[in-house]
Design a protein around this ligand. Sequence first.
Ligand code: OXD
Ligand code: MN
Length: 589
Amino acid sequence: MITPMELFIKKMQDLLQPGKVYRMDGSQEEAERLTNLAQESEVDGRIVLKKLNAQEYPNSYYHRSNPNDVARTEHLTFVCTPTKEQAGPNNNWLEPGAAKEKMMRLLKDAMKGRTMYVIPFVMGTPQSRYAKNCVQVTDSVYVALSMRVMSRVGKQAVERIGNSSDFFRGVHSIGDVNPDRRFIMHFPQENLVMSFGSGYGGNALLGKKCYSLRIGSYLGYQEGWLAEHMIIIGVQAPDGKVTYFLGAFPSACGKTNLALLEPVLKGYKVWTMGDDIAWVNVGEDGQLYAINPEAGFFGVAPGTGANTNPVMMKTLKNDKFFPTLFTNTAVDNSNNTPWWEGVSKEVPSDLTDWQGQKYDKNSSKPAAHPNSRFTVSIYNCPTLSSEYDNPRGVPISGIIFGGRRRSTIPLVYEAKNWNAGVFTASIIGSETTAASTGQVGAVRRDPMAMLPFCGYNMGDYFRHWLDMGKKVKNPPKIFMVNWFRKDEDGKFMWPGFRDNSRIIKWMIDRVEGKAGVVESEIGLFPEDNAIDLNGLDIKKETMAKLLRVDKEDWKKEIVMIEEFYAKFGDKIPKELNNCLAELKNKLGM
Ligand code: OXD
Ligand code: MN
């Protein structure tokens, strides 16, 4: 009898008509072979991979994509639930039958003359009961190699799947990289994603945003857990105790920097568990536990440097795991290394830009695409937590939410309880960045930093969050931060980066009941002098400005929140409407 996995592969072969089928085993030997092949292959008129300087960047390869294919395409991403209401106003929706028909037409014979890579993979440590089994097919060797870095590809997945039909199915073809024929369709009820026309990470590495967040959030809703757009870190205090935090921030808000932070405070250390996605379950003891389903970082290169993220620079130069990929950065021809804005002060004189053109140093445009990326194994990371592969995950004591806001949102405050925390997270706004196509710099509501990734109606998602709070014995404390406040001259008021550890130390003190708070309209502020500012040159008045409620700004904020909530009609849980009413009341509205 044919197993469900074999049946899926056969169906894909019949549909896609590839010239060859290659099944990945996840071995190093295989990765080397595919990397060699990629250096000789052209896709979309470009050599897929070029080897970079191995002395400077071991195991590293350069990939340049079609300039029309450099970010997630939210307007071409659909959640195809039986009813529109199930997908909610937060998703583009298509009826599943119509969506499938559309995709079948695009995918039919799409791999003629190409190789179909069959990628069996596990999201999460294969020993974990929280891990999930997946199979993706793709015709992109770049995607196949990236999947090896980002997930656990190979034998273990095949063994875990066995005769079961309980696995995620992903179909991906890069097609002809035509934005008019590019769709990413999710079918949560069928544990299926169909993606066509893009090779970009968030659109094509289906284990990442598509499965671990959109499909995952739906599974979590059904099964009683949460799939979140969150980092996981363990923060070690001078006494050796490690406190685990989750952190949710919209794309390119410094999430990866926080996940690999070198604290400025003496005796503190951050242990990295993950930089993008967390699966959060209630453990046997009733506490919240988180695992990172991914096995690598797909990080934004620009802004990453020895000053901003020294640990990531070491990760990128580590030779433990093969391969590391750089996509759409510039290349310094003098030594064949990848280059991006922020990796060195000096702009090298002989640069090729991300589009393959000679770079003019006086150009007003950046040499690397603002959303250029590195793909690197988490096992290369020198601060990887010893708990990373613990099948149980790590117990969570605090959840940090944030956004990029030049005004209104204070540096830090704490929600007074779980429900107030869910409210705080549901009203996050952030200035948009280059990780998605569209306008950069506009403020958009991005609840829990999940707006582009929640695979079902966000009203139901808020309800699910509130219910999770009831199931947990000691719900973690919930904090809101904003590292990005600017003064009247447009200068950042808080130094950010390594100094953010000062705020996290306060959070640990709060978890341990060691620090006091002052109540405000929006939540709890640190007491005077509760934040350790030792060695930091910051004025008392600046701190005061960073830690207060600007009532007039908040009144404007309320208008935007109400507009956002209105989209969900009566799906907004009454608990959240009550929090909003209470806040308005406190602001005198
Ligand atoms: C990402 C994103 O790529 O959030 O991680 O866009
Ligand atoms: Mn992300």
